[in-house]
Structures are given as C-alpha cells and as structure tokens.
Design a protein around this ligand. Sequence first.
Ligand code: F6P
Length: 522
Amino acid sequence: MTPTRCDRTPAWGALQAAYQTQGRAFDLRRAFDLDAGRFEAFSQGAPHVFADLSKNLIDAGTEQLLLELARQTGVEQHRDAMFAGEKINTTEQRAVMHWLLRTPPADPAMPAQSVHRHMAETLHEVHTTLDAMLAFAEAVRFDAAITDIVNIGIGGSDLGPQMAVLALDAFVLPGKRFHFVSNVDGHELAAVLKRLKPQSTLFLVASKTFTTIETMTNARSAKAWFEAQGGTDIARHFAALTTNVAAANKFGISTTFGFWDWVGGRYSVWSAIGLPLAIAIGASGFRDFLAGAHAMDRHFATVPLAQNLPVRLGLLDVWYRNFHGFTSRSIAPYHSALKRYPAYLQQLEMESNGKRVDAHGEALPYGTAPVLWGEPGTNGQHAYFQMLHQGTDVVPVEFVAVKQPAHDLPGHHDLLLANVLAQAQALMVGQADVGGHKNFPGNRPSTFLLLDELSPASLGALIALQEHRVFVSGSVWGLNSFDQWGVELGKVLAKDVQARLTSADVTGLDASTAGLLARLCA
Ligand code: F6P
C-alpha cells in the first residue's frame, strides 16, 4: 500500500483551518470552564499507564480531525503491516518485529495477524534464545563469585539496559554492581576498571553489528586489561550480545546470545541486549517486563484509534510540531530512578523520526521529530522550569509520576507528588501580575502519565507506549522510522581524521578542521 503523504490529505487542510480559527487562540482555562467533562474526555487508561491529556491545547473537534489524518495517511494499515512482519523498514529491506520479542510462546493473536510465512518458527526461535539467555542470567545471579557486571555498548546497546536497570533499582539483586561503559573516551572505561577485579567481573559486549568502533575499542581494552590482570577464563568472564555471532567468536568470545536484523538498535532492550536487566531483576522480572510491553502491543494493535493511547499521543505530537510549530518536548519523570529515561527517549524519538525525507527519499516540506530533553523532577524545577513557565517559547511537557514509592522515608513522596501536580497546574493556570516579571502567561500544555508503581511490567508498558507513539507520528509524517543513515557520515569522517591525527596531514581539509587538527598535532 502506498500511503498518502500527510500534507496532501484533506484532513491536513482541515487541521490548518482549525488551527487558524480556534487552535492558535485555544485557552485551556476556558476549555475547562466550558466543559465539566474535559478531564474524563481527555484522559484514559491503557495497560499499566493512566494518561491525562486534558491539559493539552486540543478540543474534541481537533482530535477528530487528527484521527482522520491518521486514517487518511494509513496509520492503521502501516501498524498492521508491522505486526504482520512486512518489510516496512524499506531502506534496509527489513521487517520491524521488536514486538515479537515480547509475544508469549502461544499467542492466540499470532496466526490471525501474521502474513509472515515463518512467523511461528521465528517466535519459537525467539523463545529458545530467551530461555537460554534467562538461564544464563539466573546462573550469574546465583554465582556469588561474580559481583560486577560491565555492559560495554553504545546507543541502543547501552541506553535501554542502562535506563531499565536504573529504573528498576528497587528490584535489583543485592550484591551485584552494574556498570555501563559506552563512550570511546577512555576516562569512562578506566574509571570503571580501577574498581574491578578480573575474577569477580563479567563483561557483556553488547553490539547488534559487532562493528561499532566505540564498543570494539572498549571491548579490546577490557580484554587486554583482563588478561594483563591475570584473568584467563574468557568464556566465563566475557559474553557477547549480538546479531553478528561470527564476529564475536573471531574477537575471542565464545559465550554469545544472538538476536535478529529485524530488531532495531533502539528497540533492542527486549532482546539479548536486555541481559544486564535480566541479571539485575531475574528471569521472572524480565518476563514481567516483556509482558507489560506485550499488553501495550495488544492495546496498540486492537483498540480503536480514538481510545488508542499511542495513537492519541503520536497525533498530539503532530499537532504541536506541524500546526503550533513547537520544536521541542520536555520530558519530566518525577522519579529519580528514571534518570536515564529522557536520554533513552531522545534516541527513540530523534533517531527514529529525525528525518528530512519521506520513505521514498523525497524532501519533506514540514517539520518532523521535535527535540526531546529533560531531567527528573524536582531537579529540573530548579534549573530550566523558569523557561518553561515564562520563556518566549512554548514547550509541551510530558510528566511521569508514580503513585507508590519504593522507599518508606516519611513525607518525601507526598512532597514529590505535590510538586509534579503543582507544576502541571502552574503551567496551565499561570498567574496574572501587572508588574511583568511575576506574570505567568499560563496556557502551557502538558501531558501527565501516571503509573501505580514503577515495576518491570509498568516500565515495559511505558516503553512500548513510547515506541508506538513514535511509530504513529513517523507514520503520519510518511518517513522510515527504522533506519538511521544520519549517523554514518560522522563515522566515515572520524576514520579519516583519526589517521590524520597521526600523520598531521591536513591536505584537502576545510580551514577550520585543518586549524584545529594542526593545534592538536602540535
Ligand atoms: O550509530 C547509531 C547506532 O547504529 C544506533 O542505532 C545503535 O543503537 C548504536 O549505533 C549501536 O550499534 P550496535 O549495537 O551495532 O553497536
């Protein structure tokens, strides 16, 4: 099916008109005054997540038009094609099936949804690999001699497991320490190594391709350190998580856990790349994590668009980016364990939808991925919330709050919840002050995601929700959310520059690069 590009649909024109007539002057306070049912109409449950969308600059008519836009751009067909295993990553000729990694072994929905001839066999392979990986994770958990687990990986091979291990700290087995080394900057690895002993360390070399220069450099240095410190049993102290098992073997690692080319790097925490998390929270915790995500997959695949949370969020993103012209979204998790959640979402959104051409390579005349940024609350309040409340740009904020704390320190959690509610309230209601400096314009939009507890299942559902919402906006924008060609040029140039750092040869370089290189070589 060739979808219609969003700016060529009737719904797009209708949304432009709606923005001009009521959208740009939309007043949230007035909307609540006029509609006593606004909270109910713009809030909803989804697996493990309650979402309040009512403090967004949107009315029922606009939401209807956005849903129409989704229909006219073929979002449902595109979603169904993903769940059927079609090769929707067209520039790499790959299926997009990270959702299969969290599909139970005997999923009744499988035969109906699958046009992929080998889907059942692939699912079987997924579970065989998962079982092996979880058995390994359990063995490491019960191996008292291993105290330190070092994940060496970058991008999706770092952010997912790191974010999840930190987020689920309350579930992590005591007595094990987790370290994440991603940067090629040797300071990072050196700082970790100086706290380790080879006989009590397990290195996990995580790389889908097993060619990423940062990961390979760190892995080589870790192996050299291990051997220099008298370590001998590589099979016990190194494992590789990769689709390129041959390269891992060639590197000298025989313990490997594989996955497949239809798992994108930024969607890979559900695969063998999730091994650090499985060691941290155990096999049953990891299965809960997968189950939470699977529940969200079913929600996305089956619930009508108007009550489909990833669809509503993704369409709101399109409304803000293309009609209001907002260029960023601030991520505000009010839970300190979610400290890497904003960074994780940055890769998910910006590597997926930071594209300037459509799936056919044609330049797009409209904006795509917004900039995502943020910090856990309440820290952000004392840093950049000034700008969110009184700056010249409107930045939609996406709060995450958790009802039950995982600690029992009195007073803290109520104070945290009071702050997250108050910030969302203050952004919306503002404060009139003639003096100017104390005037808060208000009418600043926010979305509020609420979890009962931060558990493996709810985290799985939250992350799957975010994956699917990125799918929806990318699908409306008509781009391929599953490639990342934009990271390639820098990699190629870095190779050239690396050689020049040794030779000091600046021939053919632009004057700025040449000048800087000359200073570094002097
Ligand atoms: O350079 C970008 C990227 O390809 C990401 O998409 C990916 O998550 C990361 O590098 C790491 O890749 P790999 O897992 O192959 O080492």
